[in-house]
Design a protein around this ligand. Structure first.
Ligand code: SAM
Length: 251
């Protein structure tokens, strides 16, 4: 169990260190989107294909306390360590919904298999986003991200959720100062498809997973390295609680 005084809180710190303090099997569900290491992509991930950079890209400066620019091998090793810790934290009927984005590096698709190989990926959900921008004439405009559903053996969806299919269309969040927020509706779909009681997001950012957990009457636990993001997520949660008093059906 997660200690009462840690439930429904966002902790500021390095998620790998903080996750080590969470007991085995303590969080039923993990939903998260790590930094994509975008600034280590070809052209810093922001190249506009005409010799310049896409100046308006939200992540052009990286995150508040993290520049998103690790050597690729180091990034893969870090993410695998994070996934190992997450696997320890979920019980035998738990799952991790791990959002990532495939990318083209030096003309070749990088499908992130190096991060997830060996983990029990049961399904890949396609999150189709609206619009997007691609000035590169070498490939079609990418319009989706993926969500790896990494599930322990006894994980089950709630009745009827399997009919939702594996291609989900949600417009990306526009109304959020964080550079890479989830749309609430996307996380709401994941949470409402499970009966998870305690949900962890180790890369909590602007607090979207917490907001969706509150709307579904579930407990959350969040971690982010940036105090600024933690503060704004807490402000967002306070506003959410003003219009939505959570009703927990469990302890
Ligand atoms: C893709 S964003 C997550 C956005 C979030 N899903 C939302 O809806 O706002 C990744 C987050 O990871 C955080 N981060 C980067 N390194 C971290 C670390 N070592 N531990 C915890 N958080 C970290 C960044 O500050 C950033 O907010």
């Amino acid at each position: 169990m997660v200690k009462e005084d840690t439930l429904d809180k966002i902790i500021c710190g390095d998620c790998l260190e903080i996750m080590k303090t969470i007991p085995d099997g303590a969080c039923d569900l993990i939903i998260t989107s790590p930094p994509y290491n975008l600034k280590n992509s070809t052209g810093n991930g922001m190249k506009d294909g005409r010799g310049g950079k896409w100046k308006n890209a939200a992540l052009v400066k990286g995150y508040q306390n993290y520049d998103d620019n690790m050597p690729h091998e180091k990034y893969v090793a870090w993410q695998r360590q994070c996934l190992e810790e997450m696997m320890r934290i979920i019980p035998n009927n738990g799952a991790i919904f791990y959002n990532h984005k495939w990318r083209v590096q030096n003309g070749l698709l990088q499908d992130r298999q190096d991060i997830v190989s060996g983990f029990p990926v049961r399904q890949i959900i396609i999150w189709r986003r609206k619009g997007g921008i691609n000035f590169n004439s070498g490939y079609f405009l990418p319009t989706y991200e993926v969500i790896y559903m990494i599930a322990k053996p006894d994980f089950k969806l709630v009745k009827g959720a399997n009919a939702l299919g594996d291609v989900w269309e949600f417009t990306q969040e526009m109304n959020n100062a964080h550079p890479a927020p989830f749309p609430v509706a996307l996380i709401d779909r994941i949470i409402s498809s499970t009966d998870a009681k305690v949900i962890l997001d180790p890369f909590m950012g602007s607090g979207t997973t917490a907001v969706a957990a509150i709307r579904n009457g579930r407990h959350y636990l969040g971690i982010d390295i940036s105090q600024e993001y933690v503060d704004s997520a807490n402000e967002r949660i306070r506003n959410e609680l003003l219009c939505n008093t959570p009703r927990f059906n469990f302890g």
